[in-house]
Design a protein around this ligand. Structure first.
Ligand SMILES: NC(=O)c1ccc[n+]([C@@H]2O[C@H](COP(=O)([O-])OP(=O)(O)OC[C@H]3O[C@@H](n4cnc5c(N)ncnc54)[C@H](OP(=O)(O)O)[C@@H]3O)[C@@H](O)[C@H]2O)c1
Length: 315
């Protein structure tokens, strides 16, 4: 009998302990989650009626960004090469969202590698909408290959689309933002804009260049009330690896396991929307391991280079 009583006592102690632990962790977590949701709703409100030009809006992350910003009440301008795909995205926006938005999306066919044509494209947009509040430089291509056998034309193509295209578009938009003393430039870089991994030289180089350009730009345009946000995502589940170029310039055409198991584009787009609304200067959105890799590259470069040497070894 005494045993049973002491067992019951023991159980109640455990129950009380469990209840205390649960409330210590759960209550602050719930308060934080509720506060965060409230903040996000409040911030999202700030974006209403903004004119947002999104490159690479015909698929993947750009398409998800178009949905996120359109739903937030923005007037979205959808840019990429494939006009039929942009039209598909436009129709999806008009039919999917039950919003009171009165800004029909605008389709803007453009090729980021056609640098000289970009100022004309922006002039055309400004005739239609009178201002661009937010430019999201998202369009891009990836690459798979080794330095030795990759044609320099492929290196140039990657830099042209992922770097010079973004630079030219930014320069075309900036004067109108400076005139209005207001604007926001967003660059979709990558974790590979912070660290370089084997067999991605051209891609990592283009994203490192984009990061450096934006860091300089941020300091120069701050006095004009223009924000610059650099986004460095880890793997996202899109067609990026399918569309990647190989060393000979052919399409890679393979859905990599890393891309397949990446974050949903909608989730990344939602995070980007809130970073833009909160006027954050940087958003690194990736799992724990790439974050650690960025830290190791900065603090212990020799260790990072050793790890990459191991990774580069043929299997
Ligand atoms: N997926 C990932 O794991 C990942 C990770 C980190 C960063 N990112 C970055 O996210 C951005 C979007 O890529 P994604 O993952 O959504 O890949 P995606 O599905 O292949 O989309 C790429 C977009 O870029 C456009 N594009 C490509 N070349 C272009 C050109 N010459 N001119 C204009 N537009 C061009 C494509 O449209 P058209 O073919 O119609 O022109 C397409 O809309 C890229 O900058 C990429 O580097 C992706």
């Amino acid at each position: 009998m005494r045993n049973i009583v002491s067992e019951i006592k023991d159980m109640s102690v455990w129950r009380i302990l469990a209840a205390v632990c649960a409330s210590v962790t759960f209550v602050p977590f719930s308060i934080f989650t509720a506060y965060d949701a409230m903040q996000r709703r409040r911030l999202k409100h700030r974006l209403r009626d903004k004119v947002v030009l999104i490159t690479g809006a015909s698929s993947g992350l750009g398409e998800a960004l178009a949905h996120a910003f359109y739903q937030a009440g923005c007037r979205v301008i959808l840019a990429a090469r494939r006009e039929d795909e942009l039209q598909r995205v436009k129709n999806a926006l008009l039919t999917t969202h039950n919003t009171k938005v009165t800004h029909p999306p605008v389709v803007l066919p453009l090729d980021l590698s056609d640098l000289n044509a970009l100022p004309g494209k922006i002039a055309k947009v400004l005739e239609i909408v009178d201002r661009i509040d937010i430019l999201i430089n998202n369009g891009g291509i990836s690459y798979r290959g080794n330095v030795l056998t990759t044609s320099v034309d492929v290196d140039i193509k990657l830099m042209l689309v992922n770097y010079f295209g973004q630079v030219a578009l930014t320069k075309a938009v900036l004067p109108s933002m400076i005139e209005k003393q207001n604007g926001h430039i967003v660059a979709i870089s990558s974790v590979q804009g912070k660290i370089a991994i084997p067999y991605r030289s051209a891609y990592a180089a283009s994203k490192h260049a984009l990061q450096a350009f934006c860091d300089t730009l941020r300091s120069e345009v701050a006095s004009h009330n223009i924000n610059v946000t650099v986004v460095s995502p880890g793997y996202i589940r899109t067609k990026l690896s399918l569309n990647a170029l190989t060393g000979s310039g052919q399409a890679y055409g393979v859905m990599d396991a890393t891309t397949e198991s990446g974050s949903p584009a909608e989730k990344v787009a939602e995070d980007i929307l809130h970073a833009v609304a909160a006027e954050k200067k940087e958003l690194i959105t990736c799992p724990f391991l790439p974050r650690i890799a960025i830290l190791i590259r900065t603090l212990y470069p020799d260790l990072y280079f050793w790890l990459m040497k191991k990774r580069a070894k043929p299997h």
